[in-house]
Write a protein that binds this ligand. Structure first.
Ligand code: ADE
Length: 241
């Protein structure tokens, strides 16, 4: 059964797809998927676009159309914890919608269908992703004076690109354990958890979610993000055999 590999941006998915053996494109209700084999593992790739709606729809469509064994989401995020620097990798052991609030019906952040605010990622897949990221980071030591560090912890998602010190500080104050912020992971986590499909999410840090975030994000996506995502994904798949 295939592993679904999802990302919000086409640069990252194309970098993964370039390595797929015998790729077969599928077009299902306007959503493009590519099925094939990577590192001897059956995979299906898709681009979610930015934000939680596209991420949930893409994960749901992949699960409905293919016999998916597990879902992995990779991409970039803004660093929120003071220790999480541009270029570092964050592997989510759990994810939260930082903009979800059904209070007073439910506690703030709690997803009613799951009864929790923090959605746990699959522990085994998360360890494989962490190992893959550490292996990538060790290989990068030779080529850079600031090799990426790997962090494992809470990832926050919301339908907003955080690009001000005020918003980053407010997120830090509301959810002090958050390592990084992005716009898709918790939506994929929710869909997978509701359907009992194992999933894992990793992000490399493109910016610090501050007033410089848009400039840092664009430069990072153009240079680092796609090869890093593809390298971590292939190292991850190599561990599944
Ligand atoms: N993805 C990458 N950087 C981000 C940021 N600053 N806010 C939300 N999503 C992001």
């Amino acid at each position: 059964m295939p592993i679904a590999i999802l990302s919000s941006m086409d640069q990252e998915i194309r970098a993964v797809e370039r390595q797929i053996l015998d790729p077969i494109p599928h077009e299902i209700r306007g959503q493009r998927f590519v099925a094939g084999t990577l590192c001897d593992i059956a995979v299906v790739t898709a681009i979610s676009g930015y934000g939680k709606t596209g991420a949930a729809a893409t994960a749901g469509a992949a699960l409905a159309a293919f016999d998916i064994d597990a879902v992995v989401f990779g991409g970039v995020a803004g660093g929120i914890d003071p220790d999480v620097r541009i270029g570092d990798v964050v592997v989510a052991d759990r994810l939260i919608h930082h903009d979800y609030d059904a209070s007073p019906l439910f506690d703030r952040y709690v997803v009613p269908s799951l009864g929790v605010a923090e959605i746990p990622a699959d522990p085994e897949l998360t360890v494989f992703l962490e190992e893959a990221a550490r292996e990538y980071a060790s290989a990068a030591v030779a080529s850079t004076s600031t090799p990426p560090r790997v962090h494992v912890g809470l990832l926050a998602s919301g339908d907003r690109f955080i690009s001000s010190e005020t918003d980053a500080t407010s997120l830090r104050q509301s959810l002090p354990e958050v390592l990084a912020v992005e716009m898709e992971g918790a939506a994929v986590a929710q869909v997978c958890a509701e359907r009992r499909v194992p999933f894992a999410v990793f992000r490399s840090i493109s910016d610090r979610a501050d007033h410089h975030a848009d400039i840092d994000f664009t430069a990072y996506v153009e240079t680092v993000a796609a090869p890093l995502t593809a390298a971590v994904i292939t190292r991850f798949l190599g561990r599944l055999n």
